[in-house]
Design a protein around this ligand. Structure first.
Ligand code: IMP
Length: 211
């Protein structure tokens, strides 16, 4: 077996020629952030806790994890590594925000599943539940397609934003009704790659959207 080692000399490290992750405050996008709401380390703890709970609840099952693109990507990636079960992983792309900060209320399926949910236990992986429109629509659709059970695991929940009643089974953290970005969540497609969840400075929004 060949093992590869990467060595960084002190000189390389001093020059910044290394592969360590950027520190939170060194991200150039950090200047647009008013307040960090969920730190990197808290996110890591939440993913671990949720993974353990899912392992207990589904210990005798092989669920399908369905990630709702694009926001689910970092969370699904971290969460799935704490899930010690045989799972299928599939993706759907749905949109209800059309790039802004207010939900349009319509849910469009932009990319559908490539796997049947008939007779399967489904766990939808979401970044955030706000109005509940997206999740209620997708849950109804998957049940209609014959899923045995459909539950949600979401990193964040904004229950004050609900226009449709829905209580997600697995919630990482409940947050106030604020527009947040980072760790998969975007504003006009940017900020998804921030390693934490934060509140965007109001001056970053366009005037039109604040009306
Ligand atoms: P809902 O249909 O209103 O529950 O919204 C669900 C989707 O809207 C999430 O999967 C996100 O893509 C998006 N969303 C909701 N709240 C926020 C936010 O605060 N920041 C960024 N995207 C959000």
């Amino acid at each position: 077996m060949i093992t590869h080692f990467i060595f960084h000399s002190k000189k390389q490290l001093k020059k910044g020629k290394h592969v360590l992750p950027l520190r939170t405050s060194r991200h150039t996008m950090h200047k647009d952030i008013l307040q960090i709401l969920v730190t990197e380390s808290e996110i890591a703890q939440l993913a671990q806790k949720l993974g353990q709970k899912i392992n207990e609840d589904y210990h005798d099952k092989h669920p399908i994890l369905i990630g709702l693109l694009k926001g689910c990507v970092p969370f699904l990636s971290d969460l799935s590594r704490h899930i010690d079960l045989k799972v299928d992983m599939a993706y759907m792309s749905v949109s209800s925000y059309h790039g802004g900060i207010k939900s349009s209320g319509d849910v469009n399926i932009k990319m559908d599943l490539d796997i049947s949910v008939h007779g399967r236990h489904v766990l939808i992986v979401e970044d955030i539940v706000d109005t509940g429109n997206t999740i209620v629509t997708i849950v109804e659709l998957l049940k209609h397609r014959g899923a045995l059970s459909v539950e949600i695991v979401t990193l964040l929940d904004k229950p004050e934003g609900r226009t449709k009643p829905y209580v997600p089974k697995y919630v990482g953290k409940t947050i106030p009704k604020l527009f947040v970005v980072g760790y998969g969540l975007d504003y006009e497609e940017y900020y998804r790659n921030l390693p934490y969840v934060g509140v965007l400075k109001p001056e970053v929004y366009s005037t039109k959207e604040n009306d």
